[in-house]
Design a protein around this ligand. Structure first.
Ligand SMILES: [Fe+2]
Length: 459
C-alpha cells in the first residue's frame, strides 16, 4: 500500500524531471484511447474525504503511468511497472475533502503520452460537519431483462463468450449527476469458471473482462464504486453451503475472492486484510453500511456475530443524518407471497434471531432514518419492510434493484407493502437531502426514461 508521498517519489524516480502540479495545458482527451491496451474500465472506489482506491488493467502488462488531476493541476503521476498479469490497485492518500478528481492510465511518458484508458472521476467527501445532498445509483444482477443471467461462457462451451457484454440500462447513467455507485452483488455471473475452469484465480480474473470490458465501461467512470458481493462472483449458491464445504470448494471460493479483491477498488488487497462489510460517511449526510450476506452465512445465522455487531453499532452510533444499509439480500419480509417465500429462503426473514436484533434496535432508538437497499431477488421495488405495523422496524423503507435479471415471481408481491414492483432492468437513484429530511427515489428504465419517483418524507 503506497501513500501519495511514496507514489510521487516512485513516479519522480521513474520519470526524471517529472513535474507534479503542472496541470495547465493538460488535455487528456487529446491522447487517443486504446481499447486494445486498456479494454477494461478503470475504477475508483471506497473513496473517503482524503483517500481513494483505484484499480485498472493493462492488457499487455507494459509500463504505464496512472495520472490523477483536478481542474487546476495534476496531483499524481505514478509509474506502474509490469507485474505479471497487468492487474493493479493503487491507494491514493492526502486528497482534499470535497474535491473533484479525474484519473486515467496512460502509456508513454508524461510529457508525451501515447495512449490512454477511459477517464474516470470521483469526488472526495466533505468533512462530517458538511451536509449536502448525496445521490447514489444502485446496481445488482446484470442481465438482458431475461430470466437467464449473463453468464460468462468459457471456451469449449457451445457458444463461448467472445465479446464483452453490454447493457442498455447503463448507457443512460451519464445523464445523471452521481456521487456514488453501490453494487449489491452478482456483478458478474461466473458459475462456469467454477464449474468448467476449476475456479482458478487466473480464470476468474480473465472472466471479469467480459463484464468490466463491457457495459460497466458506461457507468464506473462516472463515480466511485462501493461494492459488496453475492453468490455469482464465485458461483450459484446452490453449489455449496458455506457452513458445510470441502477443501476443493474452499479453494475455489478463496480463488474467486482473491480475484474479486484484485479487480475491485475495495480498500484492501486481500480478503484477510479487511472484510467486505464496511462503512463510509458521505459528509454528515449519509453513512453507507455495506454488508456481506453470503460468505459468513451459517446454518442458523445470516452473518458472523462480528458483522452483525458492526451493523448495530453503525446504526446506533452514526453521526450522519441518514443510514443506508446495503444488504445484498433483502431485509424486508416477503412472506406474503408463498411462491417467493419458497423460492428464496435465505433472506433476513429466515434468520429471525439476527433480524430480531436489528428490529429491536431500530425500535429502541425510534430510528426512522435508516433505509435498506437490496439486490439478489431479480426485481425492482420500493416498499416497507413489513406488510403491517408502524413501528420503525416495520415501517422502514427498502429499495430493491435488478440491473437486468428478471424474476417472474415478482408479480406476487403485496402492492399494499410495495408501492412499486417492476421486474424490468432499472437504474434506481436515491438522493439523500439532509436539510429537507427526505430521500428522493427515482427508477430509470432501460431506455433512460423515468418509470417511477417518490420523495420519502418520513425518514
Ligand atoms: Fe442475481
Amino acid at each position: 500500500m503506497l501513500t501519495r508521498r511514496a507514489l510521487l517519489q516512485l513516479a519522480a524516480a521513474a520519470v526524471p524531471g517529472l513535474l507534479v502540479g503542472c496541470g495547465a495545458g493538460f488535455d487528456p482527451d487529446a491522447v487517443p484511447e486504446s481499447i486494445t491496451r486498456f479494454p477494461r474500465t478503470p475504477m475508483s472506489g471506497d473513496v473517503t474525504s482524503t483517500r481513494a482506491v483505484l484499480t485498472f488493467h493493462v492488457a499487455d502488462d507494459t509500463p504505464v503511468v496512472l495520472r490523477v488531476w483536478t481542474g487546476e493541476e495534476v496531483v499524481l503521476d505514478s509509474a506502474i511497472e509490469p507485474n505479471g498479469d497487468g492487474f493493479h490497485k493503487v491507494m491514493v492518500d492526502d486528497l482534499v475533502p470535497g474535491t473533484e478528481y479525474h484519473y486515467a492510465v496512460f502509456s508513454g511518458k508524461p510529457r508525451r503520452f501515447e495512449e490512454r484508458s477511459l477517464i474516470g472521476r470521483f469526488r472526495t467527501w466533505p468533512s462530517e460537519d458538511t451536509r449536502e445532498p448525496v445521490s447514489i445509483a444502485l446496481l445488482a444482477c446484470v442481465g438482458q431483462g431475461t430470466i437467464l443471467p449473463d453468464y460468462y461462457y468459457p471456451e469449449g462451451m457451445p457458444v463461448p463468450t467472445t465479446e464483452p457484454i453490454q447493457w442498455e440500462v447503463f448507457t443512460h447513467a451519464r445523464e445523471h449527476d452521481l456521487d456514488a455507485i453501490v453494487h449489491l452483488g452478482d456483478q458478474a455471473y461466473l458459475d462456469y469458471v467454477w464449474e468448467l475452469q476449476d475456479g482458478t484465480v487466473e480464470a476468474y480474473l480473465n472472466a471479469w473482462g467480459a463484464f468490466h470490458g463491457g457495459g460497466y465501461r458506461d457507468v464506473y467512470p462516472l463515480a466511485p464504486l462501493y461494492a459488496t458481493w453475492d453468490d455469482h462472483e464465485a458461483t450459484d449458491n446452490s453449489d455449496f453451503d458455506p457452513w458445510d464445504t470441502t477443501p476443493e470448494i474452499d479453494a475455489k471460493v478463496a480463488n474467486a475472492q482473491e480475484a474479486w479483491y484484485r479487480v475491485m477498488p475495495i480498500d484492501a488487497m486481500t480478503p484477510s486484510e479487511a472484510p467486505v462489510w464496511r462503512s463510509f460517511r458521505f459528509g454528515g449526510t449519509v453513512e453507507l453500511v455495506l454488508l456481506d450476506c453470503r460468505y459468513e452465512l451459517q446454518e442458523d445465522h445470516l452473518m458472523s456475530t462480528a458483522q452483525l455487531d458492526f451493523l448495530l453499532d453503525r446504526i446506533e452510533s452514526s453521526p450522519c443524518r441518514f443510514v443506508c444499509v446495503a444488504t445484498p439480500r433483502p431485509f424486508a419480509n416477503i412472506t406474503s407471497d408463498p411462491a417467493l417465500a419458497a423460492d428464496n429462503q435465505d433472506r433476513w426473514e429466515a434468520y429471525t434471531a439476527d433480524r430480531g436484533r436489528v428490529t429491536a434496535l431500530l425500535d429502541a432508538l425510534d430510528a426512522r432514518h435508516v433505509v435498506f437497499v437490496a439486490g439478489d431477488l431479480h426485481m425492482n421495488y420500493l416498499g416497507r419492510v413489513s406488510l403491517e405495523g408502524d413501528a420503525p422496524s416495520q415501517d422502514a423503507w427498502e429499495v430493491c434493484v435488478t440491473s437486468g435479471n428478471v424474476n417472474p415471481l415478482a408479480g406476487g408481491l403485496s402492492r399494499e407493502q410495495f408501492e412499486l414492483v417492476d421486474t424490468r432492468p432499472h437504474l434506481p437513484i436515491l438522493t439523500f437531502d439532509p436539510d429537507a429530511g427526505t430521500i428522493h427515489v427515482a427508477f430509470y428504465a432501460r431506455d433512460g426514461s423515468l418509470t417511477f419517483e417518490r420523495t420519502l418524507d418520513d425518514v
